[in-house]
Design a protein around this ligand. Structure first.
Ligand SMILES: [Zn+2]
Length: 418
C-alpha cells in the first residue's frame, strides 16, 4: 500500500523523484518498472534513469518475476525490490527489568537476538556495558563487518527528547536523565543512532510487521510496570511537541485517590498497571479470599502480576475480579482516546497483556459502552501478536525509517549524482 509520502510523488523531479521511486520499491516491491510508471505518472525514461542509479547505489536489487505465464511480452520481466540484506541495524530494547539486543537486516527482520534480565535503575554505566557486550557478541557470532552496520535504534522505558536522543527525567530510570545515548552509540559504532520511548518504538514495530500493517491511524497501549500509548497518525508516529504524547498512564480515574510518583492522585498507571494488580492480589491473599494466591504468597513471600495470570488459568475468582477491574479502568481511559482520536485499531501489548482474556474483554466492554457509536463503528481492539519481539522490530524499523527517510534518500541520490 502506498503511504502518504509516496502519493505525493506526482510532479517531483530530480533526486526527489529518485527517492520517491525508492520509497515505492521499498514499501510495495517487488515491482516492475512498468508498474512504477503506472503508479507514479513519471515517464518511462525518468523511472529507468532513477532505478539504474538506485541499483548502482545498492539501495535496490533486481530479481526475475516468478510469473512465467505472461507470454512473450512479460517473459523475463525483471522486478525491483529493496536490498534489505545489504546492511545491518542493531536494535536495543531496554525495559524496566530486561534488556534485549538484536541484529536485524534493513527490513527490521531479526537475524540474531541476545537478552537477559537487568534492572534499568542500576544506572547507565552498568547497562551500557551490557549493551556493548551484546553488540560485540552479535557482531562476532554473525561475522558482521562493522562498516555494514548502517544504524542503531533503541527504546527506553521513559520520556525521550527524540531529536537529541536524551532521556528526560525518566521516573523509573534514576541516573539516566540527559545521558547522551544517541551520541554515545553514534561515536562508539560510527553510525546514525535513534533513541525513543519504548512504547513509541513498539507502535512503530506493530506498523512495520505486526497487526497494524494495514492501519494508518491506530494506538498501541502498553500495559506493564506502567501504562503508556504510542500513537500512529496517517502512517507516522505522533510524538507531540515535546515527545511525550501518549503518556496516558497519568490520566486520572474518577474516584481514585492513590498518590502517584508523578505527584497527582488516582493516575491510571498507579491503579491499574502490573504493580497495582500484584498489590491487590496480595491484599486478597492476606484476606484469604483466594487459596491459590495465598499459597503463592506463602511460598514466595510476594505475588507478581504474572502469578495473577496463573491464578486466572485456575479460574480463581479473586484474580479474575482484580484483572477485570484493571481492564475496566484502562477501558475508561481508552474510550476517551477513541472519542478524541477516532483510531481504527487499538493494540494491547506489554507484559501484562498476556495475563488472560479477561483484561482485553473488560477493556473492550468499556470502550464500546463509553465511546460514541460512529467512533466504534469499524474499531478493532486486538492483542499484540508479536508482544515479545515488537520492541526489537520497532527499534530497528525506527532506525530504518529515519535512515531511509524521503529527505535522506533524496540527499543520497543527489550526492551520488554530483
Ligand atoms: Zn501519575
Amino acid at each position: 500500500m502506498l503511504d502518504n509520502d509516496s502519493k505525493k510523488i506526482f510532479g517531483w523531479s530530480g533526486p526527489a523523484a529518485g527517492a520517491a521511486i525508492f520509497r515505492i520499491i521499498k514499501n510495495i516491491g517487488p515491482i516492475s518498472r512498468t508498474d512504477i510508471v503506472k503508479k507514479t505518472g513519471l515517464s518511462k525514461s525518468t523511472v529507468s534513469v532513477h532505478t539504474k542509479k538506485l541499483l548502482e547505489m545498492g539501495l535496490i536489487k533486481e530479481s526475475k518475476s516468478k510469473n512465467k505465464s505472461v507470454g512473450s511480452v512479460g517473459r523475463n520481466r525483471k522486478l525491483l525490490k529493496f536490498a534489505k540484506n545489504n546492511g545491518y541495524i542493531i536494535a536495543i530494547d531496554l525495559g524496566a527489568t530486561s534488556l534485549n539486543v538484536g541484529l536485524c537486516n534493513l527490513d527490521a527482520e531479526i537475524i540474531d537476538l541476545k537478552g537477559k534480565s537487568v534492572l534499568v535503575n542500576s544506572g547507565p554505566k552498568k547497562i551500557m556495558v551490557e549493551i556493548d557486550n551484546f553488540i560485540e557478541e552479535l557482531i562476532v557470532n554473525n561475522n558482521v563487518s562493522r562498516n555494514k552496520i548502517f544504524g542503531i535504534g533503541m527504546g527506553v522505558p521513559g520520556p525521550v527528547e527524540f531529536s537529541k536522543g536524551l532521556p528526560v527525567s525518566p521516573p523509573i530510570m534514576p541516573g539516566w536523565h540527559h545521558v547522551p545515548l544517541k551520541e554515545i552509540l553514534q561515536d562508539k559504532y560510527n553510525c546514525p543512532s535513534f533513541i525513543d520511548n519504548d512504547v513509541n518504538v513498539m507502535a512503530v514495530g506493530e506498523k512495520h510487521a505486526g497487526v497494524a500493517q494495514n492501519f494508518s491511524n491506530f494506538i498501541f497501549i502498553k500495559i506493564g510496570t506502567g501504562i503508556g500509548a504510542g500513537i500512529i497518525c496517517e502512517d507516522k508516529l505522533y510524538r507531540g511537541s515535546k515527545g511525550c504524547a501518549g503518556d496516558i498512564g497519568h490520566i486520572s480515574i474518577n474516584g481514585e485517590e492513590e498518590l502517584c510518583p508523578c505527584g497527582n492522585r488516582g493516575c491510571l498507571e498507579i491503579v491499574a498497571a502490573g504493580p497495582a494488580i500484584a498489590k491487590k492480589a496480595k491484599e486478597a491473599a492476606k484476606k484469604r479470599e483466594s487459596d491459590f494466591l495465598l499459597s503463592v504468597l506463602n511460598k514466595k513471600g510476594d505475588i507478581t502480576a504474572k502469578d495473577v495470570g496463573e491464578a486466572i488459568k485456575k479460574n480463581d475468582s479473586s484474580a479474575i475480579e482484580i484483572v477485570k477491574n484493571s481492564g475496566q479502568k484502562i477501558g475508561q481511559v481508552t474510550s476517551r482516546l477513541v472519542n478524541f482520536y477516532n483510531p481504527s485499531l487499538i493494540i494491547i501489548g506489554g507484559g501484562v497483556a498476556n495475563i488472560g482474556n479477561y483484561l482485553i474483554s473488560a477493556i473492550k466492554e468499556e470502550v464500546f459502552r463509553h465511546s460514541t457509536s460512529l467512533a466504534v463503528q469499524d474499531l478493532e481492539i486486538e492483542l499484540s501478536k508479536k508482544n515479545e519481539e515488537v520492541g526489537i522490530i520497532g527499534a530497528a524499523a525506527m532506525a530504518v525509517n529515519e535512515i531511509y527517510s524521503h529527505d535522506n534518500v533524496t540527499e543520497m541520490v543527489y550526492l551520488d549524482s554530483n
